[in-house]
Structures are given as C-alpha cells and as structure tokens.
Design a binder for this molecule. Sequence first.
Ligand SMILES: [Zn+2]
Length: 242
Amino acid sequence: MLEQIHLLIRLQILDKTLFDLGQEKETIPGRLAALSQAEAACKAELDRNQDELDELLRRRRDLEEITDNIRARLRRTENRLMGAKTQREYQAANAEIDDNKDALKDNDDQLLEVMERQEKLEATVAALKERFAQASAEANEQRAVLDKRYLDLEAETGRLQAKRGEIVGQVEAPLLKEYDFIRQARDGVALSPVSQGICTVCHMGIPPQQYNELQRMDKIMTCPSCRRLIYWADAEEFAGQP
Ligand SMILES: [Zn+2]
C-alpha cells in the first residue's frame, strides 16, 4: 500500500502541473482574440476619422470651386459695370456685384470653418495612425509570445503525459479509476496529504477515529469533507515529500 501511495503522490504532482498547464492553454485563444479586438477597435477609429477627413476634403474642393465661379461672375459683372450705358444697367450690375460679394463672403466663411476642422482632423488622424501602428506592433509581438507559449505548453503537456503513462501502469486499476474520477471532479487534485490531523487541501480536521486508521497506512482513505484520497503525510516514509 505504501508503494501505491508513493505512486499516487508522484502522479498527483504531475497531474496538478498538467491541470495548470491545461488551464493556461485554455486562456490563450481568448487572449489572442482580445489582442485582435483591441487592434480592430483602434483601426475602426482611425478609419472613421479618415473617412470624415476625406469627406471634408471633398467639401473643401467643392467650396473652392464655388469660390472660383463667384469670382469669375464678379469679374464679368465688373466688366459690365464699366461698360454700362444706362443708369439702369449700372445699378443692375452694381446690385449683382453686391450679391456676389455677399455670396463670396458666405462661401469664404464656410471654407474657413472647413479648413479649421481639417487641421484638427489631420492631427487626429496622424495621432491615430501612430497609435494604430504602435498597437499593431505590440499586438504582433504579444501574438508571437502567446503562439510560442502555446507550443511550449503543448510540448510540456506531451512530455508530462508520457511520464504519467509510465506511472499509471503501476497503479492498481480500481485505485487509479477512483483517483481519476476524483481528479476530474476536483480541479486536478485527487490526493491530499493529511498533516497534524488536517486535510491540507480542504483544511478540515479528520475525526480522531479515522485519523488513527489513516496512521496505520494499510489502506487508502478519503477525506470526509472534500472526498479526496488522503494519506498520512507526517509519517517518516513521506519525509521530504511535498
Ligand atoms: Zn479534505
């Protein structure tokens, strides 16, 4: 029985590590997705501002074209004014000039507003481009780290599983079955050392009668509180064991 307990102790160390490696491995796809999400959010903000800037530049070109048209009209009307033959022609041309000047002023105001917004947007877009480039570089770096970690975890898992295979072959079948059943139900921990009468995993006391039985070390017992397999860890045989 002692030999079986020793095997279970070695098995439990391996299984706890395997469980932890598995837990870490499971987090990696989510962490990779979060990286891509953050990157995509940054890109979406950049695109939105770039689209706004493009739209603004179109609006600016339109306004500049309108300016050119009004100026051309103004020149024609000024020519008409100079060549006016009658008072009426003169007044009509003058009124048209005033209208055109008002239109030009209104257009210039709009143009100025557009140019101010353009300046701000260009600064925003430049900052976002820089931020995106940085976020992208960081994400790529972290992706490489996570990809590498995933492969390392797989390799380490494979190595430990091979080692596990060697041990389980020596554990009595019913005991192994019970151990595996508990391990799967209890986050990878099926075996608990009992020290000073306390189950070191669930921290509950073992009743005196059972504790006495446990110290005989002639059978595998279970913790009455957490139902894990227990052994008497204070025995000389386990000195130096974790
Ligand atoms: Zn317990």
